[in-house]
Design a protein around this ligand. Structure first.
Ligand code: GLN
Length: 258
């Protein structure tokens, strides 16, 4: 009898603590109170996010977040910053979610919760057409490679390519400019943004990189289950309705010549 009572008492104590420690306010109530959904992004990643004709942030991720804002019944605001500052900005409350072509990754998962994924991606190599210093993935060892700081391309080149001299840039485009100037042997970047750069710089070319396989998702603060549920429902519906494919086609086209 005594044992049973002790067990019940312990269970009650644990339950009380768990309730007391639970977050007071969920992300969705806060967004409704403030009347806006703030999306943190790095608008140097076409077609996912880039600056439109009036300097406003546009792209596939903006379309997805607009659908999330509509679902909650609020306005959407996009905040642009360096890619490697996004997670700390989310954690310090500068926005409600990150939508930045962000790859789901174990280390990031210790700091944020990811939604269901909405795109498959790979890294790809950009080379100078006139003077290609690299002819394929196996050729990257020991080369000078440009990447965007804090991205999966940065991690991959730093951790997995032997003897690589990895140079970090604020954007893939900045890295590509140094490739044109002959200061780099190659740039490693996500496929669609790399295609957009090559589209606008005909002296550059792409080489496949088959060993990488990534998925993009939206990141919310750890434990923000209410917001994550809305985000997941919206993404699943957009995928089922063929909308993500539509947004992608639109922005691949629209980001040509930017
Ligand atoms: N997908 C890459 C990553 O998550 C790059 C994203 C980006 O530069 N916006 O690191």
């Amino acid at each position: 009898m005594k044992k049973i009572l002790t067990v019940i008492l312990c269970a009650l104590l644990i339950a009380t603590f768990a309730t007391a420690c639970a977050p007071k306010e969920d992300g969705v109530s806060k967004i409704k109170e403030e009347g806006k959904l703030v999306m943190l992004t790095n608008a140097e990643f076409p077609p996912y996010e880039y600056l439109g004709a009036n300097n406003e942030v546009v792209g596939i991720d903006v379309n997805i977040c607009q659908a999330i804002a509509n679902e909650i019944g609020v306005e959407l605001e996009a905040v642009h910053m360096d890619f490697d500052g996004l997670i700390s900005a989310l954690k310090s409350g500068k926005g409600d979610l990150i939508a930045a072509g962000m790859t789901v990754d174990e280390e990031r998962m210790q700091n944020v919760d990811f939604s269901v994924t909405y795109a498959d991606a790979t890294q790809i190599i950009i080379v100078n057409k006139e003077n290609p210093k690299v002819t394929g993935e196996n050729d990257l060892a020991g080369k000078t490679i440009g990447v965007q700081t804090g991205t999966t391309g940065d991690l991959y080149c730093t951790d997995s390519i032997e003897g690589a001299d990895v140079r970090r840039f604020k954007s893939g485009l900045e890295a590509a400019m140094d490739l044109k100037n002959g200061r780099l042997d190659a740039v490693v970047l996500d496929e669609l943004p790399a295609q957009s750069i090559v589209e606008n710089n005909t002296d550059l070319a792409l080489l496949d990189m088959e060993s990488t396989d990534e998925q993009y998702a939206i990141a919310v603060n750890k434990g923000d289950e209410a917001l994550l549920e809305v985000v997941n429902n919206v993404i699943e519906k957009l995928i089922a309705d063929g909308k993500i494919a539509e947004f992608t086609a639109t922005h691949v086209e629209a980001s040509k010549g930017i």
